[in-house]
Design a protein around this ligand. Structure first.
Ligand code: HEC
Length: 183
Protein backbone atom coordinates (compact mmCIF):
# COMPACT_ATOMS: atom_id res chain seq x y z
CA UNK A 1 0.00 0.00 0.00
CA UNK A 2 2.72 2.40 1.07
CA UNK A 3 4.61 1.46 -2.07
CA UNK A 4 1.62 2.28 -4.27
CA UNK A 5 1.23 5.72 -2.73
CA UNK A 6 4.93 6.22 -3.32
CA UNK A 7 4.63 5.30 -6.99
CA UNK A 8 1.52 7.45 -7.47
CA UNK A 9 3.19 10.48 -5.89
CA UNK A 10 6.30 9.88 -7.98
CA UNK A 11 4.21 9.77 -11.16
CA UNK A 12 2.40 12.96 -10.13
CA UNK A 13 5.70 14.63 -9.36
CA UNK A 14 7.14 13.68 -12.75
CA UNK A 15 3.98 14.94 -14.48
CA UNK A 16 4.08 18.26 -12.62
CA UNK A 17 7.76 18.84 -13.30
CA UNK A 18 7.30 17.75 -16.93
CA UNK A 19 4.39 20.11 -17.43
CA UNK A 20 6.30 22.98 -15.91
CA UNK A 21 9.27 22.19 -18.16
CA UNK A 22 7.02 22.26 -21.25
CA UNK A 23 5.59 25.61 -20.14
CA UNK A 24 9.05 26.98 -19.46
CA UNK A 25 10.16 26.18 -23.01
CA UNK A 26 6.97 27.07 -24.90
CA UNK A 27 5.52 29.91 -22.84
CA UNK A 28 1.91 30.96 -23.44
CA UNK A 29 1.49 32.12 -27.01
CA UNK A 30 -0.98 32.48 -29.84
CA UNK A 31 -0.80 33.96 -33.36
CA UNK A 32 -1.42 37.70 -33.67
CA UNK A 33 -3.45 39.45 -36.38
CA UNK A 34 -0.21 40.30 -38.26
CA UNK A 35 0.94 36.68 -38.04
CA UNK A 36 3.65 37.31 -35.48
CA UNK A 37 3.78 35.19 -32.35
CA UNK A 38 1.73 36.86 -29.63
CA UNK A 39 2.84 36.14 -26.09
CA UNK A 40 -0.13 36.18 -23.76
CA UNK A 41 0.48 38.13 -20.58
CA UNK A 42 -1.66 39.79 -17.95
CA UNK A 43 -2.00 43.58 -18.47
CA UNK A 44 0.41 44.24 -15.58
CA UNK A 45 3.02 41.80 -16.93
CA UNK A 46 2.73 43.39 -20.37
CA UNK A 47 3.28 46.84 -18.85
CA UNK A 48 6.36 45.48 -17.07
CA UNK A 49 7.90 44.07 -20.26
CA UNK A 50 7.10 47.24 -22.24
CA UNK A 51 8.63 49.35 -19.46
CA UNK A 52 11.79 47.26 -19.77
CA UNK A 53 11.73 47.91 -23.52
CA UNK A 54 11.56 51.65 -23.04
CA UNK A 55 14.49 51.44 -20.64
CA UNK A 56 16.49 49.69 -23.38
CA UNK A 57 15.56 52.33 -25.96
CA UNK A 58 16.59 55.05 -23.51
CA UNK A 59 19.90 53.22 -23.01
CA UNK A 60 20.56 53.01 -26.77
CA UNK A 61 19.77 56.71 -27.03
CA UNK A 62 22.01 57.51 -24.06
CA UNK A 63 24.96 55.51 -25.41
CA UNK A 64 24.75 57.10 -28.86
CA UNK A 65 24.38 60.59 -27.39
CA UNK A 66 27.39 60.10 -25.12
CA UNK A 67 29.48 58.64 -27.97
CA UNK A 68 28.65 61.65 -30.15
CA UNK A 69 30.08 63.85 -27.38
CA UNK A 70 33.08 61.53 -27.02
CA UNK A 71 32.10 60.97 -23.38
CA UNK A 72 33.03 57.31 -22.78
CA UNK A 73 32.23 57.35 -19.08
CA UNK A 74 28.71 58.57 -19.75
CA UNK A 75 28.32 55.94 -22.50
CA UNK A 76 29.28 53.17 -20.05
CA UNK A 77 26.76 54.42 -17.47
CA UNK A 78 24.01 54.56 -20.11
CA UNK A 79 24.86 51.00 -21.26
CA UNK A 80 24.75 49.54 -17.76
CA UNK A 81 21.33 51.08 -17.16
CA UNK A 82 19.94 48.32 -19.42
CA UNK A 83 22.21 45.56 -18.09
CA UNK A 84 21.37 42.33 -16.29
CA UNK A 85 20.73 44.16 -13.01
CA UNK A 86 17.46 45.58 -14.33
CA UNK A 87 16.16 42.14 -15.28
CA UNK A 88 16.82 40.17 -12.10
CA UNK A 89 13.58 40.65 -10.21
CA UNK A 90 11.25 39.34 -12.92
CA UNK A 91 8.56 37.08 -11.43
CA UNK A 92 8.77 33.30 -12.03
CA UNK A 93 5.19 33.34 -13.39
CA UNK A 94 6.12 35.89 -16.05
CA UNK A 95 9.26 33.90 -16.86
CA UNK A 96 7.16 30.77 -17.40
CA UNK A 97 4.89 32.62 -19.83
CA UNK A 98 7.78 33.81 -22.00
CA UNK A 99 9.01 31.23 -24.58
CA UNK A 100 12.57 29.99 -24.03
CA UNK A 101 14.02 31.61 -27.18
CA UNK A 102 12.46 34.95 -26.11
CA UNK A 103 14.08 34.68 -22.68
CA UNK A 104 17.45 33.82 -24.23
CA UNK A 105 17.31 36.68 -26.72
CA UNK A 106 16.13 39.11 -24.04
CA UNK A 107 18.68 38.12 -21.40
CA UNK A 108 21.44 38.06 -24.02
CA UNK A 109 20.55 41.66 -24.87
CA UNK A 110 20.84 42.79 -21.25
CA UNK A 111 24.18 40.99 -21.01
CA UNK A 112 25.38 42.68 -24.22
CA UNK A 113 24.72 46.09 -22.63
CA UNK A 114 26.84 45.06 -19.61
CA UNK A 115 29.57 43.81 -21.96
CA UNK A 116 29.68 47.24 -23.63
CA UNK A 117 30.11 48.96 -20.26
CA UNK A 118 32.97 46.56 -19.41
CA UNK A 119 34.58 47.02 -22.83
CA UNK A 120 34.49 50.81 -22.45
CA UNK A 121 36.14 50.41 -19.05
CA UNK A 122 38.91 48.44 -20.75
CA UNK A 123 39.44 51.20 -23.30
CA UNK A 124 37.44 49.99 -26.31
CA UNK A 125 37.63 52.28 -29.35
CA UNK A 126 34.66 54.11 -30.86
CA UNK A 127 34.37 51.76 -33.91
CA UNK A 128 34.45 48.76 -31.57
CA UNK A 129 31.67 50.18 -29.40
CA UNK A 130 29.59 51.10 -32.45
CA UNK A 131 29.98 47.55 -33.73
CA UNK A 132 28.73 46.14 -30.43
CA UNK A 133 25.83 48.63 -30.43
CA UNK A 134 24.89 47.45 -33.90
CA UNK A 135 24.93 43.86 -32.68
CA UNK A 136 22.52 44.93 -29.93
CA UNK A 137 20.13 46.67 -32.31
CA UNK A 138 20.25 43.54 -34.49
CA UNK A 139 18.77 41.73 -31.51
CA UNK A 140 16.04 44.36 -31.07
CA UNK A 141 15.09 43.99 -34.73
CA UNK A 142 15.23 40.19 -34.71
CA UNK A 143 12.93 39.88 -31.72
CA UNK A 144 10.43 42.52 -32.85
CA UNK A 145 10.14 40.88 -36.25
CA UNK A 146 8.63 37.71 -34.78
CA UNK A 147 7.10 38.65 -31.43
CA UNK A 148 4.23 40.65 -30.09
CA UNK A 149 2.71 40.99 -26.67
CA UNK A 150 -0.96 40.40 -26.07
CA UNK A 151 -2.82 40.80 -22.85
CA UNK A 152 -6.05 39.13 -21.94
CA UNK A 153 -7.91 42.30 -21.06
CA UNK A 154 -11.44 41.90 -19.77
CA UNK A 155 -14.40 43.09 -21.82
CA UNK A 156 -18.10 42.83 -21.13
CA UNK A 157 -19.64 39.90 -22.98
CA UNK A 158 -23.30 40.82 -23.51
CA UNK A 159 -24.37 37.30 -24.44
CA UNK A 160 -22.95 35.81 -21.28
CA UNK A 161 -23.80 38.92 -19.25
CA UNK A 162 -20.37 38.89 -17.62
CA UNK A 163 -16.77 40.03 -18.12
CA UNK A 164 -14.66 37.69 -20.25
CA UNK A 165 -11.05 37.78 -21.48
CA UNK A 166 -10.78 39.78 -24.69
CA UNK A 167 -8.47 37.24 -26.31
CA UNK A 168 -9.87 35.59 -29.42
CA UNK A 169 -11.26 38.77 -30.92
CA UNK A 170 -8.07 40.64 -31.73
CA UNK A 171 -5.57 37.85 -31.53
CA UNK A 172 -5.75 34.12 -32.16
CA UNK A 173 -5.78 33.71 -35.93
CA UNK A 174 -8.00 30.63 -35.67
CA UNK A 175 -10.93 32.89 -34.89
CA UNK A 176 -9.94 35.60 -37.33
CA UNK A 177 -11.78 34.52 -40.44
CA UNK A 178 -11.09 36.70 -43.44
CA UNK A 179 -14.21 37.26 -45.50
CA UNK A 180 -16.29 35.21 -43.15
CA UNK A 181 -19.41 37.27 -43.96
CA UNK A 182 -19.95 35.05 -47.03
CA UNK A 183 -20.95 32.04 -44.96
C1 HEC B 1 13.40 39.14 -26.73
C2 HEC B 1 12.60 40.00 -27.53
C3 HEC B 1 12.87 41.47 -27.60
C4 HEC B 1 14.08 42.11 -27.64
C5 HEC B 1 15.47 41.51 -27.65
C6 HEC B 1 13.78 43.50 -27.70
N1 HEC B 1 12.43 43.71 -27.70
FE1 HEC B 1 11.49 45.51 -27.66
N2 HEC B 1 9.68 44.59 -27.67
C7 HEC B 1 9.49 43.23 -27.74
C8 HEC B 1 8.07 42.95 -27.86
C9 HEC B 1 7.45 41.58 -27.98
C10 HEC B 1 7.41 44.19 -27.85
C11 HEC B 1 5.92 44.44 -28.00
C12 HEC B 1 5.64 44.61 -29.48
C13 HEC B 1 4.17 44.52 -29.82
O1 HEC B 1 3.38 43.98 -29.03
O2 HEC B 1 3.82 44.98 -30.92
C14 HEC B 1 8.45 45.20 -27.72
C15 HEC B 1 8.21 46.56 -27.65
C16 HEC B 1 9.19 47.52 -27.61
C17 HEC B 1 8.96 48.94 -27.51
C18 HEC B 1 7.59 49.62 -27.34
C19 HEC B 1 7.42 49.94 -25.88
C20 HEC B 1 6.05 50.51 -25.52
O3 HEC B 1 5.97 51.19 -24.51
O4 HEC B 1 5.08 50.25 -26.24
C21 HEC B 1 10.17 49.56 -27.54
C22 HEC B 1 10.45 51.05 -27.47
C23 HEC B 1 11.17 48.52 -27.66
N3 HEC B 1 10.53 47.29 -27.68
C24 HEC B 1 12.53 48.77 -27.73
C25 HEC B 1 13.49 47.78 -27.81
C26 HEC B 1 14.90 48.03 -27.99
C27 HEC B 1 15.53 49.41 -28.15
C28 HEC B 1 15.52 46.83 -28.00
C29 HEC B 1 16.97 46.51 -28.14
C30 HEC B 1 17.92 47.22 -27.37
C31 HEC B 1 14.49 45.82 -27.82
N4 HEC B 1 13.28 46.43 -27.72
C32 HEC B 1 14.76 44.49 -27.76
C33 HEC B 1 10.47 42.26 -27.68
C34 HEC B 1 11.83 42.48 -27.66
Amino acid sequence: MKNKIGIVSLVLWVLTVGLFAIFFVKGTTTVSSDQRRAIMLSPIEKDLVLGEMRTMLTAVNGVLGALSENDMKKAAIAASSAGMAMAVDTSPILMAKLPLDFKELGMGTHKAFDDIAVAIGKGATLPEILKSMHQITNRCVACHQVNRLASAELRFDKRQNQFAPNVGRNYGSSRLKVGSNKS
